[in-house]
Design a protein around this ligand. Structure first.
Ligand code: PHE
Length: 346
């Protein structure tokens, strides 16, 4: 019975040829696995052939058996080779995608810098300490007494209005200016006295390009036996020239603050628009830079200083406004934006 053996042999070679082709054509692991199961699996085509071996004469059975094994080994090798190829390609793709150059120099540390307002504050501190002034610090949460009463600001003064002042539920407030530090300075030290007090102040303002609810001031105060408006103007000129490093146009006009008499406001020619008019100077060409004047006798008296013996001048400088002038900035909101594109420029 050579017939069935012959047909088994050709069946095997057909099987092998087809399986080889499909192994070559496979483009994914899944396709490869499908070919393996179909040809070499427990119920696969080779297994079916091997089931028929039993019905063959012993000699044929041995020959076909060997053939079967050879086909099986051949296919197994080809499958393994293709699988290895897939794995190599996947690895290469991953290496390409996840490539990291360990020899590349690390980006150097980016040094931080002081906030522009802090820089300006430090410069002003340096100037005034060189002129014999002490730098004082005061609380941001203040008493009504220090922020208003002791500064001769009457109880019905509009500055106390809830519109402007952030009141705390316990009766304290967020200081609306650095002037309460004048009072604390006078309480703590005896005259003669030269002090400045930089710090953060708060007003309940609608925020826009030139107004913030939180901004910075520097307070200055000098108390001595012979103090005059001329002293005051001199110090203010030194201050402005120091900050802008050149002669800058300023104007002095009468200004009302309950804690000074006479009182003045010092304006700076707007450096954002060079006096032509812009939103920062409200199209006037001038920007209010500081309030100043001779300390009101009531203020001295309330802090236990005899106005017959001592007199003083004081100023309160808008540090934030000044920083805007210095850097030609037309929007106050940049300062507290936390925006690194802005901050890295300083
Ligand atoms: N405290 C005033 C203000 O905030 C400024 C000022 C200080 C005026 C000292 C005169 C003297 O506007």
């Amino acid at each position: 019975m050579p017939e069935p053996a012959l047909s088994l042999e050709s069946l095997l070679s057909d099987l092998e040829a087809r399986a080889r082709e499909r192994i070559e054509a496979a483009s994914t692991r899944e396709e490869l696995e499908a070919v393996r199961i179909e040809a070499l699996g427990r119920k696969g085509t080779l297994a079916q052939v091997s089931k028929q071996l039993g019905s063959l004469p012993a000699e044929e059975r041995a020959r076909i058996g060997r053939l079967l094994n050879a086909v099986k080994q051949d296919l197994e090798q080809r499958l393994a080779a293709r699988l290895a190829e897939f794995e190599r390609r996947e690895l290469e793709a991953r290496l390409d995608a996840e490539w990291l150059d360990l020899t590349r120099p690390a980006p150097g540390p980016r040094p931080g810098s002081l906030h522009p307002i802090t820089q300006l504050q430090y410069e002003i501190e340096d100037l005034f300490t060189s002129l014999g002034f002490t730098v004082l610090d005061g609380p941001e949460v203040e008493t009504e007494y220090h922020n208003f009463d002791a500064l001769n600001i009457p109880p019905d003064h509009p500055a106390r209005d809830v519109q402007d002042t952030f009141w705390l539920v316990d009766g304290h407030l967020l200081r609306t200016h650095t002037s309460p530090v004048q009072v604390r300075g006078m309480e703590k030290f005896r005259p003669p006295l030269r002090m400045i007090a930089p710090g953060r102040v708060f007003r309940n303002e609608e925020v826009d390009a030139s107004h913030e609810h939180t901004f910075y001031q520097v307070e200055g105060m000098m108390i001595d036996r012979e103090v005059s408006v001329a002293h005051l103007i001199y110090f203010m000129k030194v201050l402005v020239n120091h900050i802008f490093r050149r002669e800058t146009e300023v104007r002095l006009r009468p200004g009302y603050f309950p804690f000074v008499e006479p009182g003045f406001e010092l304006d700076l020619a707007c450096l954002v628009c060079n006096g032509r008019g812009c939103p920062v100077c409200k199209h006037t060409g001038w920007v209010e830079m500081l309030g100043c004047g001779l300390v009101h006798p009531n203020v001295l008296r309330m802090s236990g200083i005899d106005p017959e013996e001592w007199m003083g001048w004081a100023f309160g400088l808008g540090l934030t406004r000044l920083a805007m002038m210095r850097y030609g900035l037309d929007d106050i909101r940049w300062f507290q934006s936390g925006d690194l594109r802005f901050l890295r420029q300083f």
